[in-house]
Design a protein around this ligand. Structure first.
Ligand code: 13P
Ligand code: 13P
Ligand code: MG
Ligand code: MG
Length: 366
């Protein structure tokens, strides 16, 4: 029996601005998923939120991209949207881009990361959920987990990891993917994923024998080749231990709150702050961007856990650093590189402002 972990998320409305998905929405989602578990559609679930994003973590035996599971998530988000509308929450139904479900969530608005595998006798994994950023935000930490020997000791000292990992990279602009192998093609990988607004690590595989190691949600970005469709607060699933990095190797990259895109109006760069489930409530300038991490085991489809991994005091320094970097970045106000570059601003409301100035420009002359 192959188990699938499906993490599916959407912003269907939030409290007090783009701040937090409140308890009534989580309750509505839990009720839907409880019913589905009883009916045997899914095996187990955990519902949470990261900022204003409602997160459904589900296990089942129906494989990746299952129409039934995606439809369940869609109906769950619709039910939560009804509650959000009733409560007059902000941005009710924000991420439900379509009116009707058509077999799969691809292009519908919700983001999803799914991993299907044969369960090992012990099957630990981590679910990352982020708010006020984009899928490329995971490029740097995922590279460190699976390709950086200064982060992941196992790459050097464990024969099980020594052969390295394969990275599947999505070119958001052209709507195409390329697979590259670490460590041999490490510099090529970095040449691409160092530009996270364009190239996004979508999947990682262990090599010989090939086995899925990690998946990142890139749904909306993948939607239409050549057309940017907005930032999408991402989720990721990463398998741990044995053939994969140890739990601590998976979390270690987040001790560095690197700069990511997506803060305030999806238009600013800021540090990615690792936080506990309770602290995934961004408010300062709608941020700074947050990431939370929940650790689980899965056994015959049943979820054990979670453990709230970034609640560890060992991440306090990263949070303090993120706050300092946030202060520093904020002092730039509307100036780049705090404000994002021209290309990313093309997809915001800025062009409407600039258009009004168009007629007032004259030739510079000498
Ligand atoms: P394993 O038990 O998966 O070999 O993990 C090694 C370890 O020591 C993790 O820190
Ligand atoms: P979300 O993408 O999390 O809804 O945030 C929108 C935003 O721009 C807040 O400043
Ligand atoms: Mg929102
Ligand atoms: Mg959000």
């Amino acid at each position: 029996m192959r188990t699938t972990i499906s993490v599916i998320k959407a912003d269907v409305g939030s409290l007090a601005g783009h701040h937090v998905s409140p308890e009534p929405l989580l309750e509505a989602a839990r009720a839907e998923l409880s019913r589905a578990r009883k009916e045997g559609l899914i095996e187990d679930f955990y519902v949470t939120r990261c900022g204003d994003d409602l997160e459904l973590i589900m296990t089942h035996f129906r494989g990746e991209g299952s129409g039934e599971v995606h439809s369940l998530a869609w109906e769950t988000f619709k039910r939560a949207t009804d509650v959000a509308r009733e409560l007059g929450l902000y941005g009710a139904g924000q991420d439900l881009l379509s009116d009707a479900f058509s077999g799969n969530l691809r292009g519908m608005g919700p983001g999803f990361a799914e991993l299907e595998f044969e369960e090992r006798p012990a099957e630990p994994f981590v679910v990352f959920m982020a708010d006020k950023t984009e899928p490329g935000a995971f490029n740097l930490p995922i590279f460190r987990m699976f390709a950086d020997p200064f982060n992941t000791a196992g790459l050097v000292i464990s024969p099980k990891l020594h052969r390295g990992f394969a990275f599947e990279v999505l070119d958001v602009k052209e709507g195409r993917v390329v697979e590259l192998s670490a460590p041999e093609e490490m510099y090529d990988i970095l040449a691409l994923i160092g530009e996270p607004g364009r190239y996004v690590v979508r999947r990682v595989y262990a090599k010989d024998p090939r086995e899925p190691a990690a998946a990142v949600s890139t749904t909306r970005l993948n939607l239409i080749a050549g057309k940017y469709v907005g930032k999408d607060d991402p989720v990721a699933v990463v398998r741990a231990q044995s053939r994969f990095p140890a739990l601590g190797e998976i979390l270690e990259p987040f001790t560095f709150p690197h700069l990511v895109a997506g803060w305030m109006r999806g238009s600013h760069a800021g540090p990615l702050m690792p936080v506990s489930e309770a602290d995934a409530r961004p408010s300062r300038f709608d941020g700074p961007p947050r990431v939370m991490a929940l650790g689980f085991n899965v056994r015959r489809g049943r979820l054990i856990g979670p453990s709230d991994l970034f609640s560890d005091v060992a991440f306090d320094r990263a949070r303090a650093m993120a706050n300092e970097v946030a202060d520093y970045m904020r002092r730039h106000g509307p100036f780049m590189p705090h404000r994002l570059g021209a290309e990313e601003m093309e997809y915001t409301t800025l062009p409407q402002v600039l258009e009004r100035l168009e007629g007032r420009f004259r030739a510079a002359g000498d």
